[in-house]
Design a binder for this molecule. Structure first.
Ligand code: CAA
Length: 391
């Protein structure tokens, strides 16, 4: 069985609109620095009415298939916590829209923001069983909180697609994981609600405790030493959270968490999340893409990865970039994807939110807005209809 399994390619897609948090700060009656410095967020992606986790996931997956084709893909794992159906897997729509063969398994995974990490590790196990197969992993979320709530400033939307294979071209998934699960109520979304229930302060405290527990388990299982890591990448509900988490890790390891040290260790991981907002399952992997796109050579240097999903599950693991990985990065295209979003005013954003059809049922047609590959054109008889975007 090959031990060299990991990320062969990685791509992201985000939504149509960009809301400047200066506008939200004005409406919330707070200083813009609360969002820009206190939370570390500048802009948030707002999904168009004809975008959802399926269109975002498909847009990310299309980039992977355009580069590698679909040969050998027998499984598509889609992680989300903003699911569109309590029974049918969103992965099935994506399998169809991507034109993947029918001879695949298509499954949706859920455990808050941790689901993408579960999918990555399950994918690696499938490839270990048969190194000829490739698994398409997609983490896709639209993060929406109650209007006027504290969480509203952390909203966002994005999908990250990863092709998991043997002998990967980007990064190997290292074998040791530190794990932590605990039944807590920090953030959850009952099925009747379109926005989560959240105890924000508790969620921050539990995230930090989870970092400590997952790290201690990682150490106990014989993982890398703290000093072995070339970089550190955290789940980023807002980018300052990574700074809080890394401070905890430094503290546990007896190191000083100076602002300079924190910036040196983390800044490169925050560029995309700062401009997109929380993308739940995709957030950690957007952080990884930002790191790879904005750091000098990391070949052979393990990147510490901390995945956290409220509720809660955390995993501390690492990926190690392989020789030649930088030839497979697309930093310019990634930055262009952010720049391509259309600015949206606060009033327009609020109108979109207030008119959103959430859980009401009934037939609805959506205006054609998105310019990505596919759009949600209608819901008819509770069936979602997706169509290619007219060029
Ligand atoms: N200039 C600079 N900084 C300022 C400032 C100013 N003018 N005004 C305030 N700040 C700072 C505050 O000091 C604070 O920093 P510290 O945390 O370092 O003390 C920061 O801005 C935020 O201020 P508040 O704590 O007062 O903000 P808030 O009451 O609006 O709540 C929050 C913040 C709890 C994170 C809220 O946004 C929230 O509920 N978010 C959703 C939940 C969440 O993201 N939880 C994270 C952990 S759970 C997880 O990771 C899973 C997931 O994805 C959801």
């Amino acid at each position: 069985m090959t031990q060299h399994i990991g990320i062969h390619d990685i791509a992201f897609a985000t939504g149509h609109y960009a809301l400047d948090l200066a506008d939200l700060a004005r409406v919330h009656g707070v200083a813009v620095d609360k969002f820009r410095i206190g939370l570390g967020q500048q802009v948030q992606t707002v999904a168009a009415p004809d975008e959802d986790i399926v269109t975002l996931a498909t847009a990310a997956g299309q980039q992977i298939l355009a580069r590698h084709g679909s040969d050998g893909i027998q499984t598509i794992l889609l992680a989300t916590e903003s699911g569109i159906d309590a029974s049918k897997a969103a992965a099935i729509y994506v399998q169809d829209l991507l034109g993947l063969p029918n001879a695949v398994r298509a499954v949706e995974l859920k455990q808050a923001c941790y689901g993408g990490t579960a999918a990555l590790h399950l994918a690696a196990a499938l490839v270990a069983r048969d190194p000829n197969q490739r698994v398409l992993v997609i983490a896709s979320d639209v993060a929406a909180y109650d209007l006027d709530s504290g969480g509203e400033a952390t909203q966002g939307a994005a999908a990250v697609a990863m092709l998991v294979t043997a002998d990967p071209a980007v990064a190997v998934l290292d074998p040791v994981s530190g794990l932590f699960t605990s039944n807590v109520m920090d953030f959850w979304r009952p099925t009747y609600r379109s926005t989560p229930r959240v105890d924000g302060k508790l969620s921050v405290a539990i995230y930090l405790d989870a970092v400590e527990h997952a790290w201690k388990d990682y150490e106990a299982r014989g993982g890398h030493r703290y000093t072995d890591f070339g970089a550190f990448c955290y789940h980023q509900p807002f980018t300052r959270m990574a700074y809080k988490a890394h401070s905890r890790l430094l503290e546990i390891n007896g190191c000083a968490a100076t602002p300079q040290q924190l910036d040196a260790d983390l800044l490169a991981t925050t560029h995309y999340n700062r401009m997109i907002g929380n993308s739940y399952t995709a957030s950690l992997y957007l952080g990884l893409m930002s790191l790879l796109d904005h750091t000098d050579d990391l070949t052979g240097k393990p990147v510490a990865m901390l995945s956290y999903g409220s509720g809660c599950v955390a995993e501390f693991f690492s990926v190690t970039p392989v020789s030649g990985y930088r030839e497979h990065l697309r930093a310019e295209a990634n930055r262009a994807a952010l720049a391509d979003r259309r600015p949206i005013s606060y009033d327009r954003y609020r109108a979109l939110r207030e008119s959103a059809q959430t859980g009401a049922g009934g037939d609805v047609e959506f205006d054609a807005v998105t310019t990505s590959g596919f759009r949600l054109s209608a819901v008819t008889d509770d069936k979602r209809i997706y169509q290619p975007v007219a060029r």
